[in-house]
Design a binder for this molecule. Structure first.
Ligand SMILES: [Zn+2]
Length: 508
């Protein structure tokens, strides 16, 4: 039986800091996709997120806070969960890499690969960046320092016994997979970059750390498992591998891993090789989002230019933030964020275009028809709305959020124009009751569709519109049954919703 659950994941976030809007961007993207899949098709999604809690960086941050690593993570994890609650993120599962079930599963995976001769003993000598927990080759160093542009810290020479995953032996199979599935890594630039990396050759990967204490113990002793090997396995351990294969079969392979482009190599080279080693199918898609920049620089903790989601939610609203992050740029590309830009879009696209349309429609219905939906006219708008729904669906299937929003805003624009051209107030003055009924019906039915279509992006806005129109349940669930032109029953009693997007003044 083919699985009917759409399984999607975010990166696991590292618990040495608290979320900024860059993290919100990846996670809200996943939430939009999850909500979309819950209101279409089979209606089932499994949305996994969580935290990556091991490694020396976390141990150092905990020591600086005078706490044990576990107590430190317990506290930070609350902050991440709070942030997701404030952003209306509807994850189905939150995994922590310190969960005992995950730790046991990672040890079992390690043992399986060691048993197959795919993890072997060796000696590692090389330049190690403690901050990035990454070994670098001599030729990769820049002026003798870590080549990561966000780090550039001094590296140290490390020589230790370790266990190596035989990554190099998967190069041929990886290349084969890349050539057979040219869309499996997106955007295209990411695919090309990783293909070039594979072409250049692969080294085996040291997957143990003799001197790192805060990690999953190596089976048999001798240190801990490399934090990246530990963390990346979460996508299968959370799904039940290897201890609950019944659950696993309903979820795996993942439909999409949403990641940031800085962790592409781990997800599109190392991770598929580990899955191949375990003889498991690969995820269907890995999609890397771009970076949010501030005046040209990537937002990051180390650069001190982070924006906290809570500040923007406080000034605008959670839905406004969710909208603005995705209306601006094609998913997968970098874009520059500014609060002034957000203010402009908020007042124009949310307060004026959408908020006023809903408010106006429902107040006219209240004034002219006592808030009761009149009988539907002939369905001359069905084709426009069916086309909009198809456009939104195909854009969301391709994770092209901006195009999906543009298709919705095209409908909003058309409805605003319809109000101006049909002039309901004149129809009322002239006493043309049947023409007025027809216009009011089309407007109400139009905003019902809008409530459903915006819901994955802006859940509470969708819910407010839906409730104002006397509809029950999750807005638009499911599109195949609710989004048919004329679905709004005549006689439905409507209510005035609270202002969806009250204007925000500049400079406060
Ligand atoms: Zn570094």
């Amino acid at each position: 039986m083919p699985k009917d659950v759409f399984y999607l994941t975010t990166p696991l976030y590292y618990t040495n800091s608290i979320p900024h809007i860059g993290h919100a961007y990846s996670t809200v993207a996943a939430d939009i996709v999850a909500r979309y899949h819950r209101v279409t098709g089979s209606g089932h999604a499994h949305f996994l997120t969580g935290t990556d809690e091991h490694g020396p960086k976390v141990a150092d941050a905990a020591a600086a806070a005078n706490m044990t690593p576990k107590a430190f993570c317990d506290e930070i994890v609350m902050r991440w969960k709070d942030a997701w609650r404030e952003l209306d993120v509807s994850y189905d599962q939150f995994i922590r890499t310190t969960d005992p079930a995950h730790e046991a599963a990672v040890q079992a995976i390690f043992e399986t690969l060691r048993g197959k001769g795919l993890i072997v003993a060796g000696k590692y000598e090389g330049w190690y960046c403690r901050n990035d927990e990454t070994f670098w080759l001599e030729r990769q160093l820049i002026d003798g320092r870590c080549p990561n542009p966000e780090c550039r810290r001094p590296v140290e020479w490390v020589s230790e016994d370790g266990w190596f995953f035989k990554l190099s032996s998967f190069r041929g199979k990886l290349l084969e997979h890349y050539r057979a599935h040219p869309a499996w890594v997106q955007p295209r630039s990411a695919y090309n970059e990783m293909l070039a990396l594979l072409d250049a050759g692969l080294e085996d990967l040291c997957v143990s750390r003799a001197t790192v204490e805060w990690g999953i113990p190596l089976p048999g002793g001798g240190g801990t498992i490399y934090v990246w090997f530990d963390a990346i396995c979460n996508y299968i351990t959370a799904a039940g591998y290897p201890h609950d294969m019944q659950k696993f079969s309903t979820l795996w392979p993942a439909d999409v891993h949403l990641i940031g482009k800085e962790i592409l190599r781990f997800h599109t080279v190392i991770w598929p090789a580990i899955l191949m080693a375990l003889e498991l199918p690969l995820p269907k898609l890995v999609f890397a989002n771009g970076w949010i920049t501030m005046e040209g620089a990537k937002m990051s903790k180390s650069l001190g230019n982070v924006i906290r989601p809570a500040d923007l939610i406080g000034r605008f609203s959670v839905d406004a933030l969710r909208y603005v992050l995705f209306a601006q740029a094609q998913y997968g590309t970098d874009f520059s964020f500014s609060e002034e830009g957000m203010l402009r879009r908020y007042n124009a696209e949310l307060a004026n275009d959408l908020g006023n349309l809903v408010q106006r429609t429902l107040s006219m219905l209240a004034r002219y028809r006592g808030g009761v939906v009149p009988a539907p006219p002939r369905g001359q708008h069905a084709a426009d709305y069916d086309a909009a729904r198809a456009k939104v669906a195909s854009a969301l299937d391709a994770l092209d959020f901006r195009v999906a929003l543009a298709a919705i805003w095209e409908r909003i624009g058309a409805l605003n124009l319809f109000v101006e051209q049909s002039k309901p107030w004149e129809l009322d003055k002239r006493g043309d009751a049947s023409a007025l009924d027809a216009v009011l019906y089309d407007l109400c039915e139009g905003i019902r569709w809008l409530g459903a279509l915006v819901y994955p992006f802006m859940p509470s806005t969708g819910e407010k519109i839906w409730a104002a129109l006397g509809q029950t349940g999750v807005p638009g669930r499911t599109w195949e049954t609710t989004l048919r032109w004329g679905g709004l029953a005549s006689g439905t009693k409507t209510a005035q919703p609270p202002a969806l997007f009250p204007r925000v003044e500049a400079g406060v």
